[in-house]
Design a protein around this ligand. Structure first.
Ligand code: GDP
Ligand code: MG
Length: 697
């Protein structure tokens, strides 16, 4: 096995719009690197990374997969991410632990709605990237236009380092048949019978020589800005060596100033090796990215930095958990220090000690492990067995040198469905199973509905819940009735109120007494759904009594509202005054008084039902613009922006999720499959009166 030194590691992700070819590119890279013996096909459900039955059946990636493999002395940890909007959490968690990315575009569809989303996510996490223009074998492939779209629509600075020779399928007049490497000025011709493993370097054909020369000059002129020596040679019109070009490409890519552009056809095995070379040459090793920062447990203002060095104390981030009967498998990105088997770790987020018993290299997704190893160093990604408490986004660290890394943020869930078990035994099994699914998927939530006795699960979209339903029924074979998904509502208050709550009960022969005054008000843009504050200081009033009241207010805040017992949000509650008597004022009395005040306040403040609004981005060919935009209006949507994009138009709109069920299919039929869209949760806003009235109370 190649040495897994930090310098020779690449943690990279493949990101793109759904169907651009991420899984196919991954599959081809694994094959040419010798990590698999045959090329799996998405369309046949036989790929290495889409190994979940649900994925194989649908031909899409749902769960992020990780594969580790060697390429010319470098170790590549590669994450294949899903493109569907319901699973953006999988993309977020990957970008968080990645150092670089390959962004795949389809040469035919070009920059699509979801390409914009993932590009923005990569900007947010400061991930340097290279671009791969895939599907050049397809009818209507348009290499130069797509590169131009990367510039105009994504605000990128693409630098072409490979030119396609020909374009389109075999029967086309000038079919796609190879790529020209602008650094070596050779044409790479792939041997079909080897499935793309074997290729030859040939002279550039005469008819392509001029184009290649121009493209090379363009590349060198762009790179001159990032390398003084290269600039000088160019000015003196002297030849520029290969090593210098690689150096300049690397420098500029690491600064996120440019994105080298490669091209090919993953399905036909053209152009995979140059992607791997570009990954090792231009994308960062863990040493090239800034050291991580974390805080000391419980002290958010005490920031500490850890270098990606094995001599530093160990710290790593849990970015994925795969539950298993034999013990959950934790995927960790190691940021500093090193990790060995049979080590005690601390999970500061849960204040729990954890055992790391075994380390495994990760191959593909769910079950396979590529081989047990003794240790991993800083910068690496590894699967460990043993931990029990940590959750996705938690830190594991050296117990003697505790540190908490920033956690991974996931969007709020917006859609839910009710599940009813057939019997008590089924109920127990259901709850256990849901617990497990929850641990694996941080965007999935479970709660019990008091009125109906149903279990309510919620997630990111219809497809997300559909996948979960199928898992419960097929994989776990549960006897449960699963209802149709519906929108997750929230409740809040309409206006600010101040109320007094009292406790004057006799409990066990003692007259209890407590009196509290609280203020409840709407608070639309705060970080927590329900914020509880106090103006009663602990030196003015017995702390235990005050805290009993505060705790009750917090607990009530986590419960449901008055309209449909939906979770409360956008609420601020302030404890204003407390009053105790000489006798009979204890913690129980204050909890009762606070609970009373809370109920009264919620009634007086006027409950409001909120519904999730999605930000929808649509790219539509001009001839369908009218139909699509009037359809958006019918769905109670508000178009916030339209922008011309060549012969297509970009539409930004805010649309209630309740009106977007099955939108995937409907937008397809409205545009004959030519419009692409992506959506993400935007905000919770008041629902129309008729919706609120449908929940009798
Ligand atoms: P992902 O959703 O980004 O993972 O995309 P997939 O790898 O699942 O590919 C989507 C579809 O495009 C599948 O039907 C692939 O067979 C097809 N595909 C992928 N790469 C190419 C290519 O280079 N040429 C052609 N013609 N089809 C491709
Ligand atoms: Mg895929």
């Amino acid at each position: 096995m190649a040495s897994r030194s930090t310098e020779n590691l690449r943690n990279i992700g493949i990101i793109a719009h759904i169907d651009a070819g991420k899984t196919t590119v991954t599959e081809r890279m694994l094959f040419v690197a010798g990590s698999t013996h045959r090329v799996g096909k998405v369309d046949e459900g036989t790929t290495t990374t889409d190994d979940d039955p649900e994925e194989a059946e649908r031909g899409i990636t749902i769960y992020a997969a990780c594969v580790t493999f060697p390429w010319k002395g470098t170790t590549i940890n590669l994450l294949d991410t899903p493109g569907h909007v319901d699973f953006t959490a999988e993309v977020e968690r990957c970008l968080r632990v990645l150092d670089g990315a390959v962004v795949v575009f389809s040469a035919r569809e070009g920059v699509e709605a979801q390409s914009e989303t993932v590009w923005r996510q990569a900007d947010k996490y400061k991930v340097p990237r290279i671009a791969f223009i895939n599907k050049l074998d397809r009818e209507g492939a348009r290499f130069s236009e797509v590169v131009e779209e990367v510039r105009s629509r994504l605000g990128g600075n693409p630098v072409i380092i490979e030119l396609p020779v020909g374009s389109g399928p075999e029967h086309a007049s000038d079919p796609f048949r190879g790529v020209i490497d602008l650094v070596t000025m050779k044409m790479l011709v792939y041997d079909k019978s080897s499935d793309g493993k074997v290729f030859q370097e040939q002279e550039i054909p005469d008819e392509s020589k001029d184009d290649a020369q121009l493209a090379r000059i363009d590349m060198l002129e762009k790179l001159a800005d990032y390398d003084g020596e290269l600039m000088e040679l160019l000015l003196e019109e002297k030849p520029v060596g290969e090593e210098m070009i690689h150096r300049a490409l690397r420098t500029a890519t690491l600064q996120m100033a440019i994105q080298p552009v490669l091209c090919g056809s993953a399905l036909h095995g053209i152009g995979a090796q140059p992607i791997l070379d570009a990954v090792t040459r231009y994308l960062p090793s863990p040493l090239d990215i800034p050291p991580v920062q974390g805080t000391l447990p419980g002290k958010e203002d005490k920031v500490e930095t850890r270098k990606p060095d094995s001599s530093e104390p160990f710290c790593g981030l849990v970015f994925k958990i795969l539950p298993a009967k034999t013990g959950d498998w934790y995927w960790i990105r190691v940021y500093s220090g090193e990790l060995k088997g049979n080590t005690r770790l601390l999970c500061p987020n849960r204040e729990e000690k954890e055992n790391c018993t075994q380390l495994w290299l990760i191959h593909a997704t769910k079950k396979d492990r590529a081989g047990q190893i003794e240790r991993v160093g800083a910068g690496d990604i590894v699967g460990i067995l043993g931990p029990r408490h940590g959750l996705t986004g938690d830190t594991f660290c050296d117990p003697k040198k505790p540190l908490v890394l920033p956690t991974i943020q996931f969007a709020e869930s917006v859609i839910s469905m009710a599940i009813e078990p057939d019997s008590t035994a089924d109920r127990k099994k259901l709850l256990e199973t849901l617990e497990m699914v929850k641990k694996q998927d941080p965007t999935f939530h479970v709660r019990d509905s008091e009125e109906t006795g149903q279990t309510i699960v919620s997630g990111m979209g219809v497809l997300h819940l559909e996948v979960i339903r199928n898992r419960l029924l097929r994989e776990f074979k549960l006897n449960v009735k699963v209802h149709e998904p519906r929108v997750s509502y929230r409740e809040t208050a309409e206006k600010a109120v101040e109320v007094v709550g009292e406790c004057r009960r006799i409990v066990g022969g003692t007259q209890l007494f407590a009196k509290v005054k609280i203020r409840m008000e709407p608070a639309p843009s705060q970080e927590k759904p329900v914020l509880v504050l106090t103006r009663v200081t602990s030196d003015a009033f017995p702390q235990n009594l005050r805290d009993a009241a505060l705790e009750e207010l917090r607990a009530r805040g986590e419960g449901g509202g008055l309209i449909g017992s939906f979770p409360l949000t956008q609420l601020k509650i302030t404890l204003l005054e407390c009053e105790a008597a000489e006798q009979g004022s204890n913690e129980m009395a204050f909890a009762i008084a606070a609970g009373e005040a809370f109920d009264e306040a919620l009634k007086a403040a006027g409950p409001v039902l909120l519904e999730p609004i999605m930000k929808v981005e649509i790219v539509v060919p001009d001839q369908y613009f009218g139909d699509i935009s009037s359809d958006i209006q019918k769905r109670r949507g508000l178009i916030s922006k339209t922008e011309a994009r060549g012969d297509r138009t970009l539409i930004d709109a805010n649309v209630p999720l309740a009106e977007l069920f099955h939108y995937d299919n409907e937008i397809k039929s409205l545009s004959q499959g030519r419009a692409s869209h992506s959506m993400e949760p935007h905000e919770y806003a008041p629902a129309p009166e008729r919706v609120a009235q449908s929940f009798a109370f």
